[in-house]
Design a binder for this molecule. Sequence first.
Ligand code: ADP
Length: 162
Amino acid sequence: MKTIAVYPGSFDPPTYGHLDIVDRSSRVFSRVIVAVARNIRKNVLFTTSERMEMLRKLTRSYSNVEIDSFRGLLVDYARDKGAHVVVRGLRAISDFEYEFQMAHMNKKLAPEVDTVFMMTGERYSYISSNIVKEIAGFGGKIDDLVPPMVREQVLRKIRKGK
Ligand code: ADP
């Protein structure tokens, strides 16, 4: 059976933590759709197109990974794509409560779609897009958190905003 997985998120910007989840998902599932959330609620640094463009470049070498975006309910999008699985990463207990609630709600809305959690890679457990933006905003080094291409984009945005 071909298993299609959707890996949703803000990816503002993509980090080594996200890429680790993409890499591992690509080995487990036949097709992985990295879906950038077009949510208006969040204060974002990058536009959806910019986030998608970065992800496209970073995942070029994976033949079974594609980049897309979605608006509205994740389960509607997953259904639309014929996906069986939603992939989420777990970093800490603090992630758990929200993820637990979302997974249950999504299961209620779409019983045929399952949420699969991947434990963060040990080296990436402390990385989040917010931390990247915060450190970069104060002029700190983000080399260990994001690929060089993302670093350039973050610094460019921050310079522009100042
Ligand atoms: P969201 O706004 O949906 O939380 P994020 O871009 O912050 O979007 O994260 C997308 C997914 O990637 C989430 O499931 C999150 O837990 C996971 N993730 C983010 N950073 C890491 C990391 N360092 N290690 C493992 N998973 C991560």
